[in-house]
Unconditional design. Sequence first.
Length: 60
Amino acid sequence: MALILQPNIPDQDGFYQELLAAHDGLGKAESDALNARLILILCNHIGDREVIAAALKAAK
């Protein structure tokens, strides 16, 4: 599996609104913790260490 960097989420605006809504009412530490949990959940779902490594590199 290769890392997909082009837009690949249906209804991107709707997704962004959901992401923002998940952070509503959270303080900075709570928001950071939510992001960390989400990252770990999604990395677990991907399950491919090479893809995750490529994503880490692309994010830098």
